[in-house]
Ligand binder design. Structure first.
Ligand SMILES: [Zn+2]
Length: 89
């Protein structure tokens, strides 16, 4: 299952989303944010960690404009694709 972590970027203070996988010990996150603009090493804080896609979407919507728009749009794009896939099966 996919896991999402929202990290705060140093200097800009923008929040970027990192995709990862749920594991038994917690979750992993990729080296680069989903938009590719932030490296994990630039993180100063986790806003949330290891959330499912649905929860991540809701939390990002609540946080609002501080969250990188490219990262947000990825959440909604994959949601639509998953939705279509489900209705076909
Ligand atoms: Zn981003």
């Amino acid at each position: 299952m996919d896991a999402y972590t929202l990290k705060k970027k140093k200097n800009s203070g923008e929040y970027h989303l990192f995709k990862g996988r749920m594991t038994e010990e917690g979750c992993t996150s990729q080296q680069l944010s989903v938009c590719g603009k932030m490296d994990k090493s630039e993180s100063i804080e986790n806003i949330f960690a290891c959330e499912e896609e649905e929860t991540a979407r809701k939390k990002c919507a609540k946080i609002g404009r501080k969250v990188c728009s490219m990262c947000i749009s990825h959440l909604y794009t994959s949601y639509l694709i998953t939705d279509q896939h489900n209705s076909n099966s």
